[in-house]
Design a protein around this ligand. Structure first.
Ligand code: SF4
Length: 705
């Protein structure tokens, strides 16, 4: 009331993947002045974290773009232009480059920040009209390993569990997940459930994170060795006959090969590699296998690794051999990063075609070709380059045109010096972003000012497959436009004969998507925008048949798989996959003796394009720092607050030292949010399946200045 709020408007938080329902308070002039959690929303039950509580501030943040801009070269000054000229320039330059160098010489990079209807439209435009196969999202930096691991184990992507599983589990292992800082409201759900049920919380993380501080057992393993720990746990489970033989027999293939692999990893041998003593490995394996229902969650500590996809498969192996799939409290749940990373997995066309359809499948190409009125032969027959590979190829000059939508690879990709070199090779770059002052815009030839978060209309999917509404409660500044409007404007230029239909309204696009989803794994045919708003989100699948029967979607948890072989491989069984361990990442040595670990802070979001401009978030965490063990610091004569130089094989960074026992003596930790800092040092080694970078395994030396 003291802020003069006269109306509260509903949306879903636009930061992390928790999917909190939020209300933004508007004053008499319609200006957003406050944010609060929605009490009757099952996800957050009235709560918001620090970021959500100040989310209304992002509308008026500095640096917003207000008009389209163009220039001939990135050395030149920007000139203001209009939407027609800017979008025509995009079409003409992309066509020129494709005619000269081939269809795939332009690339499109999007983001988990878009709304799902926007992803779908961008996918239609990119796959159906522009025709490049080099289309990916920043989600490759975030959860690509989870996608690939789910597909390898279960035959499809799609997180099987729900937050509700916390309330039914008897044991929980968190692999490389620091919920209190990364997903504070999921942490609140977990803590609430643990207080009720007193189940053991086991945290696997090389660093003593906030979640590790709350754990009953913390396993500070050697970076990169999750697969070894998983194999050793399975060794104990099989050796002591703790596996669920009935479940494996009924639901899984691949048991013998898995047993043969894990037989080599007795805990004594594994302890020497992963750094966890053998008795602790046995205790944890028994706790997990003997629990009536056991759950595993993970985040970037698993995904951002050259073993990311294998780490996910290892988690799934553990769940499957103990029958912890498809029952309340027994599941493997990837905690996704961005607010709509899941939407990109389901609908973006980055990794194929909409709604978990694949370019490799002729029937899928036919279905989408018919729906869009595009010749199926126009679609490529296999998926193109991921974002991390696009930039490698760009550096060698093979990609000449780039469209960057609401992401900031010059700050977020590993080894940013090579990213800068890649950007300098481009003949044409268009940046579409709500902020004009992003690092990438330095190299753009066209800038398209976009709306942000709840200046737009559509849906997002959270970690537990819940589709939530975002309703427009503010208008973009100046001539800036919602991303959907911009995609449609560009589509209009490429779609001269009007052959492909591009609906203007998000609700119409949602209905088109719902029709395309009917009968598929991710079936949303029973949903409408109205239902999603009314129910504060609905988990998929929710079918037209269910809606017709008047069957309401469940409020709490819904599981993807049952206890009876319902996986997505043709025989309905899941795959147990043997995971040999190889060292395919950078390890400390004499020259670079420290592990480099990077991660997120509770105050900030990604490259701080938003939170760097929000009062309290920035006040609490204004500058980069490096966590250094106090004993190491004492040996090197480094005091708290002094600046040190970190040097990797890529580059160096000067950062203030913070002394803490959170990191071991041979490790440093850097938040990744700050430009020209952590990612100057990180290495662009990639997971062979997901192409996700190993942000958390690098080597540096520390120099006293
Ligand atoms: Fe937003 Fe995530 Fe915080 Fe919820 S936990 S308020 S979704 S940032």
């Amino acid at each position: 009331a003291d802020k003069g709020v006269v109306a509260w408007k509903y949306a879903t938080c636009g930061y992390c993947s928790t999917g909190c329902s939020i209300e933004v308070g508007l004053n008499a002039q319609g200006k957003p002045v406050a944010s609060r959690g929605v009490a009757d929303a099952d996800v957050n039950r009235g709560k918001l974290c620090l970021k959500g509580l100040a989310e209304h501030e992002i509308f008026a943040a500095s640096g917003r773009g207000t008009k389209p801009l163009m220039r001939g070269h990135w050395h030149e000054d920007w000139q203001a232009t209009d939407w027609d000229a800017a979008t025509l320039k995009v079409r003409d330059e992309f066509r020129r480059i494709q005619a000269q160098y081939g269809r795939d010489s332009v690339a499109v990079i999007s983001t988990g920040q878009l709304l799902t209807e926007e992803f779908y439209t961008l996918g239609k435009l990119t796959r159906g009209l522009i025709g490049t196969n080099n289309y990916d999202g920043n989600t490759t930096l975030c959860m690509a390993s989870a996608v690939s691991g789910y597909k390898r184990s279960f035959g499809s992507d799609g997180p099987p569990g729900s937050y509700e599983d916390f309330s039914h589990t008897d044991c929980l292992i968190a692999w490389g997940s620091n919920l209190p800082e990364q997903h504070p409201i999921i942490y609140y759900r977990l803590k609430d459930a643990q207080e009720q049920r007193k189940f053991p919380l086991i945290v696997v993380d090389p660093r003593v994170t906030m979640l590790a501080q709350m754990a009953d057992i913390h396993l500070p393993l050697t970076p990169g060795t999750d697969v070894v720990l998983q194999n050793a746990m399975m060794h104990v489970i099989f050796k002591e006959g703790l596996e669920d033989k009935r479940y494996i027999e009924a639901n899984c293939n691949g048991l013998e090969a898995l047993k043969a692999e894990v037989a080599q990893w007795d805990p004594a041998k594994a302890a020497k590699v992963c750094g966890i003593d053998e008795e602790t490995i046995r205790v944890v394996a028994r706790l997990f296998a003997k629990a009536p229902a056991a759950m595993q969650i993970w985040t970037m500590g698993i995904n951002q690794s050259t073993h990311g996809s294998d780490g996910v498969v290892g988690i799934n192996n553990l769940a499957l051999i103990t029958g912890n799939m498809g029952k309340p409290g027994g599941t493997s749940l990837s905690i996704t990063g961005q607010c709509n990373a899941m939407g990109t997995r389901e609908w973006s066309s980055c990794s194929g075609l909409p709604n978990y359809r694949y370019l490799e499948d002729a029937q899928h190409r036919k279905e989408i070709g018919e729906a869009w009125n595009v010749d199926p032969e126009f679609f490529p027959k296999k998926v193109g380059l991921k974002q991390t590979d696009i930039f490698k190829v760009m550096e060698t000059g093979q990609i000449k045109g780039l469209w960057i939508v609401a992401t900031n690879p010059m700050s977020s990709l590993p080894n940013t010096a090579s990213v800068r070199r890649a950007m300098q090779q481009l003949e044409f770059c268009v940046v579409q972003d709500c902020y004009e002052d992003t690092e990438c815009n330095q190299y753009a030839h066209v800038y398209l000012p976009a709306g942000t978060w709840a200046e737009k209309d559509g849906v997002m999917t959270n970690t537990e497959r819940r589709i939530n509404r975002v309703t427009p409660l503010a208008v973009p500044p100046g001539q800036a436009k919602p991303d959907l409007w911009i995609f449609n404007k560009i589509a209009e230029k490429f779609n001269e004969d009007g052959r492909v239909n591009f609906p203007e309204k998000a609700s119409d696009i949602f209905l088109e998507m719902a029709r395309l989803s009917q009968g598929r794994f991710c079936d949303i045919s029973g949903m409408t925008h109205e239902l999603l708003e009314q129910r504060r989100g609905v988990q998929w699948p929710y079918t037209a048949e269910q809606a017709a029967r008047g069957e309401l979607p469940p409020v709490g948890g819904k599981r993807l798989y049952t206890q009876d072989a319902t996986f997505r491989f043709p025989d309905g069984k899941a795959k147990l996959i043997a995971l040999p361990f190889v060292v395919n990442y950078e390890v400390p040595d004499e020259q670079y003796p420290f592990w480099l670990n990077t991660g997120r802070l509770v105050e900030h979001w990604h490259t701080r394009t938003k939170t760097g401009k929000v009062g309290n978030n920035n006040k609490f965490s204004p500058i980069p720092f490096v966590e250094l063990n106090p004993d190491t610091a004492a040996e090197m004569g480094i005091r708290r607050g002094e600046y040190v130089r970190l040097v990797s094989r890529r580059s160096d960074a000067v950062v203030m030292a913070q002394l803490t026992q959170r990191v071991r003596r041979n490790m440093v930790f850097l938040p990744f949010h700050f430009h020209d800092c952590a990612n100057r040092l990180t290495i662009a080694l990639l997971d062979p399946y997901s192409r996700q970078p190993a942000f958390k395994q690098g080597a540096v030396r520390v120099e006293k200045i």
